[in-house]
Ligand binder design. Structure first.
Ligand code: UD1
Length: 419
């Protein structure tokens, strides 16, 4: 199995481009199931999760043409299999995103329940209840969600707690439903807005995406179109933290500073200098020492839970004590015990991490436990003295495109080894 070896202590310098957003790509790929006409998507990142979603579409009967530079073209005129099998769903929970489109256009879907997950129980009850409200008949059978509906009908649906993929699944389903659907307490993430823009290009009638009330007037059918996926805000901020903890000076291009208001504010609080050259180009440099920052993860526009692990590394190297509170997921501090192996002083009390900054971290062998946790280990390795060997790096390949190549381009000493 692949490992990543990082030898820390090099200040990162240089310019790298940011990839398309994983969390915008996955729903957009699922949304192509809503039409039988060809759809073209560009700025698709090369990631394991994207390959998994393409494999899932392939199983449903999608014809997919991949052009490394131009993106993917998908033809769903021959979709004939409505089952998302356990083997794929268990590797990627976002597979549940095909449920809404399949039921809306084909009247049926059979989706494996996602099962266990390293960051808490993560149920999908809101996806199911929402479709039920839209008239789908749903049963749970042998580990599968079986959903059927002649035609979905519009409904008023209140989502509690706020759910990103739940909002996306129901928005896609509602696009082809009979009548008006109102999603209340909807997720406001930029990826939800990007999906709404894409669906509207396909002929959907969606208003209010980006606010907590989304109104969808169902249409009879959707058509083919082209769409460019937005930049990955989590990848962008991960590189910003990399610059911060190595006291480097880097420029990120092809990104979108507007979607990063809260992380930029927190990084500035820690003393990091962030220059937004234009919305798509951000220069980041960092002084030594860094200042500790307190934060609480929240749904957008709050501080993203997908950056919590990375900020723990920053706070571990800051001068003073800070508190990080995780409110979105239970059990999302799995990376703490690995960071402690490098010398971090982090004390977890329930969903609160109390971080006592240390002078330096020391390289050690560590194990990635989930996608964002593995990014935090790479960041810690970049800042640590000596070598950090990270195993189970398949987690990082799910969400970061060519991370070691991008870091090498910034002067990091990072290698991947197999075996
Ligand atoms: C998405 C992102 C993930 C990010 C998360 C929170 C994708 C593909 N993934 O995941 O990277 O970490 O948003 O920003 O976009 N919940 C329920 N019932 C449900 C659904 C969710 O109780 O039916 C709860 C979850 O357990 C969690 C909270 O709602 O506590 C938020 O989860 P949700 O927004 O649904 O996360 P995902 O959409 O799975």
């Amino acid at each position: 199995m692949d490992k990543i070896i990082v030898r820390g202590g090099h200040a990162l310098r240089g310019t790298i481009p940011i990839s398309g957003a994983k969390n915008a790509t996955l729903p957009a790929l699922a949304a192509t199931l809503l039409t039988g006409e060809r759809v073209h998507l560009s700025n698709i990142p090369h990631l394991k999760d994207v390959t998994t979603m393409l494999e899932l579409l392939g199983q449903h009967g999608s014809a997919i043409t991949i052009d490394e530079k131009l993106g993917v073209e998908i033809d769903n005129s021959q979709v004939n299999n409505f089952r998302a099998p356990y083997d794929l769903v268990r590797t990627m929970r976002a597979s549940i995103l095909v449920m809404g489109p399949l039921v809306a256009r084909h009247g049926q879907a059979e989706i494996s329940l996602p099962g266990g997950c390293a960051i808490g129980s993560r149920p999908v009850n809101l996806h199911i209840e929402g479709l039920r409200k839209m008239g789908a008949q749903i049963s749970l059978d042998e580990g599968y969600i079986r959903a059927k509906a002649k035609r979905l009908r519009g409904a008023r649906i209140y989502l509690n707690p706020v759910t990103v993929t739940g909002t996306e699944n129901l928005m896609m389903a509602a696009a082809l439903a009979d009548g008006r659907t109102v999603l209340e307490n909807a997720a406001r993430e930029p990826e939800v807005t990007d999906l709404a823009i894409f669906l509207n290009k396909m002929g959907a009638r969606i208003q209010g995406a980006g606010t907590s009330t989304i109104i969808i007037d169902g249409v009879e059918e959707l058509r083919g179109t082209q769409h460019r996926i937005i930049p990955d805000r989590i990848e962008t901020a991960t590189f910003m933290v990399a610059a911060a903890v190595t006291h480097g000076d880097i420029t990120l291009t092809d990104t979108d500073a507007e979607s990063l208001e809260s992380p930029i504010q927190k990084l500035r609080e820690s003393g990091v200098v962030i220059e937004i050259q234009d919305a798509g180009r951000i220069r980041v440099s960092a002084p030594d020492p860094l200042l500790p920052v307190n934060l609480e993860t929240c749904p957008y526009p709050g501080f993203p839970t997908d950056l919590q692990a990375q900020m723990l590394v920053l706070d571990s190297l800051a001068q003073g004590v800070s508190v990080i509170t995780e409110t979105v997921f239970e059990n999302r501090f799995m990376h703490v015990s690995e960071l402690q192996r490098l010398g971090a002083d982090i004390r977890v009390h329930g969903n609160v991490a109390e971080v006592h900054g240390v002078d330096h971290l020391l390289g050690a062998p560590v194990m990635a436990t989930d996608l964002r946790a593995s990014a935090s280990l790479v960041l810690a390795g970049l800042a640590a003295e000596g070598a950090t060997t990270i195993s189970r790096v398949y987690h990082i390949d799910r969400g970061y495109e060519r991370i070691e190549e991008k870091l090498q381009a910034l002067g990091a000493d990072i290698q991947r080894t197999s075996g």
